[in-house]
Design a protein around this ligand. Structure first.
Ligand code: GDP
Ligand code: GDP
Length: 436
């Protein structure tokens, strides 16, 4: 499962500058529900071919000293709970402060690797000034200029090198993995319990208990799969303003481990930005997606168009990937929950479906023949051959003479044709054009 690197430090030391540099062109996911805390961000990065997730734990903008202390404590707690590695950032401009001492004291209590970084070291002059930070009682720090990127390479080399390498043996190798993701209180636990048909104990959140996902084998009604439970989901965590952020952080891991993500939303609330975050995560990780609109029993005035309108309101917000099953269920009354399982399994099957090369060419080449990509600068694009790659989720390569001339609308057209011909509902598809 994915390694998580958290960036911790006082406001203004340069955390988000480093964060943005690590993400480069990748998209960040913004959590703006954090109250007095500035937006938190997380996103994917990689170094030397090793993928990891980065969290910018944020900071606070305004507030009294009390809030400040509280925010820092939370920031540190988040890092310690969720991260594999922690970057503790200070800056040479302001020098070593009392708050830095305090943060370091809190961090040191964890046994996670901590990388101490002195930022804003833009020149040799600051390099010398940085020696002040030895006063923390440390052996080593990294000097960085987040603004220019200098120093980031050495830091990342070490962080990535220290990632735990223990090979995780998946006890459920080969079985479909399905996770139910969604904002707090949408009904995930109720759904899980309804499916598993057991009342799970809801234990209080004990600090330090494992945060890893709970996996339960489901074997009923002709389906066998593993229900991957975001840790702490059935266990109710303490209610605080960070609940949503924590729940999304945890979903990252469950989503990465799963084949299909059931995104559950509350019918009385509709599709919100956190739902979009989860959707984006699932899509970027190329997982199968099913949307369940739960608590449908609470919608009293159901007209013929109610479902259609609701479905449209979701589709208007989710962007170009529209070919997604949306079901209306009630976890409480168990209405249509088995249907939801059927559909999730269909999506699972479609995601691993491989189209024979001969069949693919037989179907797709005539389509390209009839509707070729528009000529560009007087040049005609000829698609000659296509294959599906042997990847876990569908990816197709189309070989042609001038791949650089194939633009986004035509790629979308190609994707839509693949969906129409072969049926990949709920499955993200990648389409590539390559030189032949
Ligand atoms: P955060 O509050 O810790 O996330 O800090 P930011 O990343 O927002 O940076 C605070 C300010 O410091 C911004 O004006 C940045 O442009 C600036 N800054 C960040 N990194 C560097 C650096 O390496 N050198 C210099 N000179 N300024 C920097
Ligand atoms: P979670 O935080 O997503 O796991 O949500 P829970 O499963 O704990 O549900 C939150 C609340 O919504 C509880 O009070 C449930 O009883 C209620 N709930 C869950 N599903 C339904 C449903 O389908 N209909 C109704 N009316 N209430 C539901």
């Amino acid at each position: 499962m994915s390694n998580i690197v958290a960036i911790v430090g006082r406001p203004n030391v340069g955390k988000s500058t480093l964060f943005n540099r690590l993400l480069e062109r990748r998209e960040a996911i913004v959590d703006s529900t954090a109250g007095v805390t500035r937006d938190r961000h997380y996103g994917k990065s990689d170094w030397n071919g090793v993928d990891f997730t980065v969290i910018d734990t944020g900071g606070y903008d305004v507030g009294t000293d009390d809030i400040f202390e509280e925010e820092i404590r939370k920031q540190v707690q988040l890092a310690v709970d969720e991260a594999t590695s922690i970057i503790f950032m200070m800056n040479v401009e302001e020098g070593l402060t009392d708050t830095d001492h305090e943060i370091y004291r809190l961090l040191r209590r964890s046994n996670k690797p901590i990388y101490i970084v002195v930022n804003k070291v833009d020149s040799a002059k600051e390099e010398l000034a940085a020696t002040e930070f030895y006063q923390l009682g440390i052996e080593k720090y990294y000097t960085l200029s987040s603004a220019t990127g200098s120093g980031t390479g050495d830091l990342l080399d070490d962080i990535v090198k220290d990632f735990p390498t223990t090979e995780y043996k998946d006890p459920f190798e080969g079985l479909p993995k399905i996770t139910i993701a969604g904002r707090p209180n949408v009904g995930k636990s109720t759904m899980t319990n309804a499916l598993l048909d057991v009342e799970r104990n809801i234990v209080t959140d004990i600090a330090g208990t494992t945060r890893d996902s709970i996996q339960t084998l489901y074997n009923k009604f002709g389906h066998e799969f593993v229900l991957v439970d975001t840790a702490g989901m059935r266990r109710k965590s303490k209610v605080n303003e960070d609940l949503e952020f924590y729940s999304v952080m945890r979903s990252i891991r469950s989503i990465e481990y799963s084949d299909v993500v059931i995104i559950m939303v509350d019918a009385t609330q509709g599709w919100e930005s956190q739902d979009m975050n989860i959707f984006g995560l699932a899509q970027k990780n190329r997982k199968g997606i099913v949307i369940l609109v739960n608590k449908w029993d609470l919608i009293e005035d159901k007209q013929t168009n109610t479902m259609r309108d609701f479905e449209k309101s979701i589709k208007d917000k989710i962007g170009q990937f529209q070919d997604i099953p949306i079901l209306f269920v009630s976890a409480l009354t168990k209405q249509r929950i088995l249907k939801a399982v059927d559909v999730a399994m269909e999506v699972y099957e479609d995601r691993k479906k491989k189209i024979k090369t001969s069949k693919l060419n037989e179907v797709m080449l005539p389509i390209f023949e009839n509707t070729p990509p528009p000529a560009l600068k007087g040049k005609y694009i000829k698609i000659k051959y296509c294959v599906q790659l042997p990847t876990p989720s569908p990816q197709f390569v189309f070989f042609c003479n001038l791949p650089q001339y194939v633009k986004e609308p035509y790629k979308r057209f190609t994707e839509n044709q693949l969906r129409k011909e072969f049926g990949f509902t709920g499955v993200p598809i990648e389409v590539y054009f390559r030189q032949k």
